[in-house]
Design a protein around this ligand. Structure first.
Ligand SMILES: [Zn+2]
Length: 131
């Protein structure tokens, strides 16, 4: 492994612990945002967006690491910021997945639009469909 790349990866390794601490705050924020969204359908759309975003970020990280390998060293702060973005996106994905499970499990889901419904509801409050 070349020295620049080795130094870069070493920096990333060192900051992994700090980022773990920061990520817990992000989880709470993502949870609140996820709770504001009502339907499973909407959550699934958001999941697809976040997944695409994560893929773009991962590709960008790959480009930065490869540039370092080919002799155009990436500033480690730039790379770490990018990695932190991926942490954030993945934390949101986990929260939304948990929210979808909660909506599907605890309350029931409208067969027409995917909104959470209560067992005693006759009609969906979101779309008006008969349950
Ligand atoms: Zn509905």
């Amino acid at each position: 492994m070349n020295e620049q790349l080795e130094a870069l990866l070493e920096t990333i390794q060192k900051t992994a612990d700090q980022m773990g601490t920061a990520a817990s705050g992000v989880l709470e924020g993502a949870g609140r945002r996820a709770n504001a969204l009502l339907s499973v359908g909407k959550l699934n759309v958001r999941l697809a967006d976040l997944s695409a975003e994560a893929n773009v970020l991962l590709r960008e990280v790959g480009e930065l690491v490869y540039a370092t390998h080919t002799g155009d060293p990436t500033d480690s702060d730039v790379l770490l910021a990018k990695l932190k973005e991926i942490d954030d996106v993945r934390a949101q994905i986990r929260e939304i997945n948990a929210e979808i499970l909660r909506l599907k499990g605890a309350e029931g889901v409208c067969p027409h639009c995917g909104a959470a419904v209560k067992a005693e509801d006759r009609f969906c409050k979101e779309c008006g469909g008969r349950l």
